[in-house]
Write a protein that binds this ligand. Sequence first.
Ligand SMILES: [Cu+2]
Length: 140
Amino acid sequence: MTTRRVFASTVLGLIIVLSGCGGGAATEIDATTKDFSFNPTSWEVAAGETITINLTNDGAVEHEWVLLQPGVTISSEADLPDTEEELLADFVYWEEEVGAGESKTETFVAPVAGEYQIICAIPSHFDAGMKGTLTVVAEG
Ligand SMILES: [Cu+2]
């Protein structure tokens, strides 16, 4: 009786551990942009995987889905550099823009496990609310 209970709880624990190891993390995500927000505002993908992203812009102006580099976060646009060159070198891990009313499908390779900030880097858009979170989980 006692042995059986221990076995059952061990199996249950193993299932919980396995399911928490990124086996369910997506390799395809959807992101819709509007004026001025993302929907959804958070995504979860598996580290090192090629991720397909389906971008749809339901807004009236162009938007971007910008994945910031590991360890890089901003709290306002004042934290961003003045030049595109510095932005790409020091802040951006991957980015794609999508025109008003347009849709596109692109791919990028997910970085190492961690929490990453998603922004729209078009002036005034981040401060207006275009921010999100990409959670990258390690593969089990
Ligand atoms: Cu935008």
